[in-house]
Design a protein around this ligand. Structure first.
Ligand SMILES: [Zn+2]
Length: 707
């Protein structure tokens, strides 16, 4: 489960070049590189020229230019047609899209105070602009007129989908509402855009603001040398040379929780993590999230839905909250039973140690690690030497080459936004250009946590020419130290493969329209291409190609792989329960039917009790730091998407297991029917075309050991 951010403009659907008539004055363009098309190799952003002060003026110009384009479409005296209305709308707003895509990506990798200020200033501007567009009656009347004639227009399937997409975007944006309701919706959207940003900013401040400072050797008890070294480097970065620092980002926190024998320090760290945004201070998120929940109910009600979950899921593959709860329910009971057995094993270890305490959430990681060591003889830290970052990258490249013949060529000469970033050109089997990927894997002081992909330019076709995508993959993986290269954990290795799958979805996209291209799909379908990649990462045939010891070059021993893969099932009770609990909490927050935000602690406690979450396990995200659902609306009532997509990815990967891990026909079919098609057809239709039938849930249950 990895955070993935998408352009807020995905819903606004704008295409590329062709903004010629809206071109700004030449003098201004000279000064602001965002205002003209990028004159760079492959059209990558000219990062060497872009400065923070360029964004806001460029966004203002982009909004103004888009407004002019829209006015021209709305006021066109010719009768509305697919070309002069829907296609014209699709091709409008190119400048704004260009600026927003770059800004969204850069504000996540370099969230300086200035970038946060720009985000706070621009979010309401963009939200208001989106509302102006969605609520423009003249424009909507034309779109609706085309929609009503749709059966008589002889549209190709992709065109029909584009029309449906735009029409639906208008209706979901309030175009059918009465004037006073439109005004109310506009106020709601404005307030939401500000609150969601504030939520994320507070979380970032809370995460970066905490440091567990380890003063002396007694505080390091139980920690492997690599963890000690990383903590020493972190201390140095904070000006605390000679001490050690553990932070709340997962690469720092998890190894400490797994290994430290200092139970008091584990508790302090864990409690700091789960109380982010919950200190009743300037960074507290309780009032903010409660208000967000209330505003979303208001929005859903205005648009004719009883709850926000009904509104959000109406545009998903799952369709209704009931179908989501059905799936979660099928998994919850077996997952809880397995987690209960995991807890029993840990209690037995605590008792065998003669310890008097009861198992608490801050003990879970430590004893889970002990179980791994004692039952499976696996020490996660002992795996790291085999997962050197550069080798893992070659590993994922190799999988893609074997599946589709595509290749990767480093392009160090292209402009970068940070010297640590590596840039690769992706080439088709015949050597032609497919796209560009920026790979950015280390934590920095101003970088957001987690891992994600972003699009700097989305694929489309303009006048028959393919506009090639430019994407990023971002992570917060273990940094190299002065003595060792970056060595990844298993989890980090999987995350890298995961985000690379999102990148492939964008890079292999083959649509005419940006609005239907690549990752512009339903939220519960978007994780299929990413999650399926994780299945290759740990397969013995693939490990053999990249998992080599960073010092000796020896391949990872087959027997170790065997133990690792059986141990991978070991923590599945916990992993499933913490994830499913967060998914249920998300659904509960969005099942409110009255626009009154409840008090957060009792609400969360009731949710916890209703689902029967055991006290030894915490929600994967508690409300005050559940950025997926409160930091933007993208995963609101949609956090279940990862498991929904996992049903798909396990069932889809089973096709490769049946026919061969690198079976040419299966790989081609997956590429042509899923990866290239984006949102150009109903996701279930696409899936059935690949698999020959609807997905089955058994492969997922089997993989997670929940059968
Ligand atoms: Zn993802």
């Amino acid at each position: 489960m990895k955070l993935r951010t998408l352009s807020l403009l995905a819903a606004l659907s704008l295409a590329l070049p062709l903004a010629a008539e809206a071109a700004p004055a030449q003098a201004e363009a000279d000064a602001n590189p965002l205002l003209t098309e990028f004159e760079t190799p492959f059209g990558v952003p000219p990062f060497d020229l872009i400065r923070a002060e360029h964004y806001l003026p460029a966004m203002r110009d982009g909004i103004a230019a888009h407004k002019q384009e829209i006015e021209a479409i709305a006021a066109n005296p010719a009768p509305p047609t697919f070309a002069n209305t829907v296609e014209a709308l699709e091709r409008s707003g190119a400048l704004l899209t260009r600026v927003r895509l770059v800004f969204n990506a850069m504000s996540a990798v370099d969230a300086t105070d200035e970038m946060q200020r720009i985000a706070n200033e621009s979010a309401p501007l963009v939200a208001s602009h989106v509302d102006d567009l969605r609520l423009d009656e003249q424009l909507f009347a034309r779109v609706k007129a085309v929609w009503e004639q749709r059966d008589a227009l002889g549209l190709k399937p992709e065109q029909a989908k584009l029309l449906e997409r735009h029409y639906k975007d208008f209706v979901r944006g309030g175009a059918n509402l009465a004037p006073d309701q439109k005004e109310e919706l506009r106020r709601v959207n404005q307030e939401l855009s500000v609150l969601e940003l504030e939520f994320g900013d507070n979380l970032l401040a809370e995460t970066k603001g905490f440091a567990l400072v380890l003063e002396g050797p007694e505080d390091l008890a139980g920690l492997p040398q690599a963890v000690v070294d990383a903590a020493a480097e972190a201390a140095k970065a904070r000006g605390l040379e000679g001490k050690w620092v553990v932070g709340l980002d997962k690469p720092s926190m998890i190894p400490f929780l797994e290994n430290s024998t200092r139970r008091d320090l584990r508790q302090r760290l864990f409690e700091a993590y789960v109380n982010r945004g919950n200190h009743d201070d300037e960074y507290d998120n309780k009032a903010i999230l409660s208000r967000i929940a209330a505003l979303r109910v208001k929005k859903a009600n205005l648009l004719g839905f009883p709850t926000y979950a009904h509104y959000a899921l109406d545009d998903s593959m799952a369709r209704t909250p009931d179908r989501v709860r059905d799936l979660l329910g099928r998994l919850w009971t077996p997952a809880l039973a397995v987690a209960g057995r995991e807890a029993d094993e840990m209690r037995a270890l605590i008792a065998a140690d003669g310890q008097p305490f009861k198992l608490e959430p801050w003990d879970w990681f430590f004893y889970a690690n002990r179980v791994l060591g004692e039952k499976y003889a696996v020490d996660p830290e002992a795996l790291r030497p085999y997962f050197q970052l550069d080798h893992v990258i070659q590993g994922v490249f190799g999988v893609c080459t074997r599946l589709w013949g595509i290749t990767f060529v480093e392009r160090p000469e292209l402009p970068k936004y940070h010297p640590e970033v590596k840039v690769y050109e992706v080439r088709e089997a015949d050597g032609s250009h497919l796209g560009i990927i920026y790979m950015d894997y280390f934590p920095r002081a101003t970088k957001r946590g987690g891992a994600w992909m972003n699009e700097l330019r989305q694929q489309s076709r303009v006048n028959g020419q393919r506009v090639a995508p430019v994407v990023t993959n971002n992570g917060n993986f273990t940094r190299p130290t002065s003595t060792t290269p970056s060595l990844l954990t298993l989890e980090e290795t999987l995350t890298l493969f995961h985000e690379f799958g999102h990148a492939l979805h964008a890079l292999l996209a083959n649509s005419t329209y940006e609005r239907l291209s690549g990752t512009n799909v339903a939220v519960d379908f978007v994780e299929l291409p990413s999650q399926i990649m994780e299945n290759w990462a740990l397969h013995p045939d693939v490990l053999a190609t990249y998992a080599r010891h960073f010092k000796t070059g020896e391949p990872i021993p087959a027997e170790l792989v065997e133990r690792v893969t059986s141990a991978a099932k070991a923590g599945q009770g916990f992993a499933s329960v913490e994830y499913l609990a967060a998914s249920l909490l998300d659904l509960d927050w969005h099942a409110l039917s009255e626009a009154r935000g409840p008090s957060v602690p009792p609400f969360e406690a009731r949710s916890r009790e209703a689902m029967g979450l055991i006290p030894e396990i915490e929600f994967r995200y508690r409300s005050t730091y559940f950025n997926h659902i409160f930091g933007s609306s993208m995963y609101a009532a949609g956090y279940y998407s990862y498991i929904w997509a996992e049903v798909l990815d396990k069932d889809a990967f089973a096709a490769f297991e049946e026919k061969g891990l690198f079976d040419h026909d299966t790989a081609e079919s997956f590429r042509r029917n899923i990866l290239e098609r984006g949102g150009s057809e109903d996701p279930m239709t696409l899936y059935v075309r690949f698999r020959g039938r609807e997905p089955e849930v058994e492969p997922l249950l089997k993989k997670r050991g929940l059968l």
